[in-house]
Design a binder for this molecule. Structure first.
Ligand SMILES: [Zn+2]
Length: 411
């Protein structure tokens, strides 16, 4: 029979002993069983987001000496426990050394388990050291507006990089039609995207501070301004121009850099704009509101309600579905990924990290990506063995200047 492994959060255990040193204590914990009781995750207090698995009874016994702890574990009457399935964890700290024993009671038999600790804050991201300054990146805060197929992977990637503070804004709930392109799955259906993505962030970085705001930025503008006023960078991954113009104005007002990214028509390609307030072009310099509304829109239509807005009321369901121009998640991924890189470079600016050379590469503020030779990219050369001509699946930096007459950032 294989030994079951029980994972504990190192910081939870050390917090416990810090406050309750030299005491005998019984704590009702929470544990989740996975893979036919071969793996457990146990908590001394409810986790911020529950892991998968089946909840089982779990109790922690704390002792001030290891001799006492071992004796208690050996003499414990497991059969007196009410439940048939339970994890009993014995812990002691003496002379600053933590000792532990853990037993699983399951269908009338008792077996000893192995305990493993999930390390604390700094250790978790120490592997990124050298490439990113873990300590400093963990203090940065990122505001992400729009948690659809573009914004949700950005949030998760930034959590993986060790960003410690997030503000997530989206008023949508996860629908079945989103699942194939979203980082969240069917278990999150019906949930606010903000909450579902927050839980994924905590899976990667349990110490991240995550503020969520379920507001429509086009309606609750003041609240949006309030929650974004203190972030270090704004990531705009919303699916409509109105919100982009508004976030551009906010970025300039608060002098916060912003990254705008979007996919166009069925994700045949996309573009990314970095706005460094008053140091480079802003969103309005590039797409002044007048030009945009006169020239129509090549925006990707990814949601039913977006399509409904554009089409007459009598449009039937079938026609509606054909208008929804979804790309594949793999078509959107390069754009999200590039936004993550730009954000990390922006947040690590001036620090001597492994990604410093990227600062020299990414001097353009505007980038173009093409996924397929269709529509605007139709005349591009085939990728084949071609180095010199514009072709698909490559990034192109384009020179764009500030517009001195810009209504938003002009002088
Ligand atoms: Zn401007």
């Amino acid at each position: 029979m294989i030994t079951s492994i029980v994972y504990l959060r190192a910081e939870q255990i050390s917090d416990l002993f810090e406050s309750k040193l030299n005491q005998h204590l019984i704590i009702q914990g929470e544990a989740f069983s996975m893979d036919q009781n071969t793996v457990f995750h146990a908590f001394t207090a409810s986790p911020k987001s529950s892991p998968a698995g089946i909840k089982v009874n779990c109790r922690f016994y704390l002792y001030p000496s290891d001799v006492e702890m071992v004796a208690a574990a050996n003499n414990f009457n497991y059969f007196k426990l009410n439940s048939d399935e339970a994890l009993i964890i014995f812990l002691s700290v003496s002379n600053n050394v933590l000792k532990h024993k853990c037993f699983l009671k399951l269908n009338g038999s008792i077996s000893e388990c192995e305990i493993k600790f999930i390390p604390g804050k700094l250790e978790l991201y120490s592997r990124s050291k050298g490439l990113l300054e873990v300590e400093s990146i963990s203090k940065k805060s990122v505001g992400i507006v729009g948690l659809g197929s573009g914004g949700s992977p950005i949030a998760v990637e930034l959590a993986k990089a060790g960003i410690g503070n997030f503000t997530l804004i989206d008023f949508d709930r996860l629908e079945l039609s989103n699942v194939s392109r979203h980082v969240c799955g069917v278990n999150d259906l019906g949930r606010f995207k903000t909450y579902a993505v927050r839980d994924l962030i905590w899976q990667k970085n349990p110490y991240a501070n995550v503020i969520t705001s379920e507001i429509d930025v086009n309606v609750n503008m003041q609240e949006c301004a309030n929650v974004l006023s203190k972030v270090d960078i704004i990531i705009c991954a919303s699916d409509n121009d109105r919100s982009r113009f508004f976030l551009n104005e906010l970025a300039l007002k608060f002098k916060i850099p912003a990254i705008f990214g979007r996919a166009i028509t069925r994700a045949i390609g996309g573009d990314v704009l970095r706005v460094r307030p008053f140091k480079g072009p802003c969103y309005n310099c590039l797409y002044s509101q007048n030009v945009r509304s006169a020239g129509g829109d090549d925006e990707e239509i990814s949601q039913e309600k977006q399509a409904k807005k554009l089409l007459p009321d009598y449009t039937n369901e079938q026609d509606l579905q054909t208008v929804i121009q979804v790309g594949l998640a793999s078509d959107i991924a390069p754009i999200s990924n590039f936004m993550v890189k730009l954000a990390l470079v922006e947040l690590s600016k001036g620090e001597n990290t492994g990604i410093k050379s990227l600062e020299e590469d990414l001097i353009s503020d505007f980038y173009i990506w093409a996924n397929r030779r269709e529509k605007v990219y139709e005349s591009w050369s085939k990728l084949e063995f071609n180095f010199n001509k514009p072709s698909i699946l490559r990034w192109y930096g384009a020179r764009v200047e500030r517009d001195p007459n810009c209504m938003v950032c002009g002088i």
